[in-house]
Design a protein around this ligand. Sequence first.
Ligand code: PXP
Length: 238
Amino acid sequence: MLKLVLGVNIDHIATLRQARRGLEPDPLQAALIAQKAGADLITIHLREDRRHIQDSDVYKIKENINIPLNLEMAPVPEIIEIALKVKPYKVTLVPERREEITTEGGLNVVKLLPDIKRTVKRFIESGIKVSMFIEADTDQILATKESGADSLEIHTGKYANSIGLEREKILKCIQEGVLLAKGLGLIVHAGHGLNEENMDAIAKIEGMEELNIGHSIISRAALLGLSQAIGDIKKRII
Ligand code: PXP
């Protein structure tokens, strides 16, 4: 079994900062902590609505980390131009709707194929790897191969939100998707909604190479660090 790459998504550090439009917590500091703690990859999503990660974060993080940067982005002109300037190790193309709470569902590569092919070509020519965030669906996997992307990230959101037989059914579908993608020579990643309770079955899928995890790590970190943060303040007022 290959050692899996762990991509740590730090968007929610920026979400917290943007709640006050201030300076803390600083996503760069979070990226450096993640790097020190063993993250193999830093994942950030520059959304069109800039609700969490800002353009300056992308540049600062790219310049200051020494592990690869995975930039999640919608395949839209403004963000494509930024990504080509930043030159992250990899871009992951995701769908985006302004009203969504988080990325809901995978990218419809089948529908967008002509445009996506042009976008992929530009990234590959610039030396940037390209991944597609898709559902474990045969047509989407075949279209991803046709797009010229080197990898795909299977959306595990529905798997994470289901239980019992429904979860088993989705897991089987993901396993079949991985098999198909590997057969086509694609590199396979997975992400969304993964946590300590549900990640093992996904991590164990033969051929799985990378997991991208954000919300569960940042949520847990907030509670694990709360005691120290309170203690540090308390010391100053006693
Ligand atoms: N992978 C992709 C493509 C995503 O859009 C996200 C969420 O931003 C993640 C992984 C991480 O998901 P979560 O925060 O639920 O772990």
